[in-house]
Write a protein that binds this ligand. Structure first.
Ligand code: SF4
Length: 89
């Protein structure tokens, strides 16, 4: 998957949800770059902002998009841990 395809897939993921992709496109491009580098290195589209502990269990939690609506950050700040997805206003 190339960066454009990934951005498109994430855009589709936000449809009919209470969140959108961060409107800062450069920021989103940076996250895409990190996720795709992780895929090259680890074989999974892992979050670029959180640390792995090299267990399969943890890696499964870190696949982007993660279950960010249960994170404290979502309640407090209205975005996922990395700020890739933000609450729709
Ligand atoms: S915190 Fe954001 S960028 Fe990181 S995995 Fe979750 S949705 Fe993706």
């Amino acid at each position: 998957m190339n960066p454009e395809e990934l951005k498109k897939a994430w855009g589709k993921f936000t449809e009919k949800n209470e969140f959108i992709l961060n409107p800062d496109e450069k920021y989103v491009d940076g996250i895409i770059d990190g996720v795709l580098k992780n895929e090259e290195k680890h074989g999974l589209k892992l979050c670029p902002c959180r640390l792995r502990d090299e267990t399969k269990e943890k890696d499964l939690e870190l696949i982007c998009p993660c279950n960010f609506e249960i994170q404290k950050n979502w309640d407090k700040k209205g975005d996922c841990w990395c700020g890739l997805f933000v609450k729709r206003k």
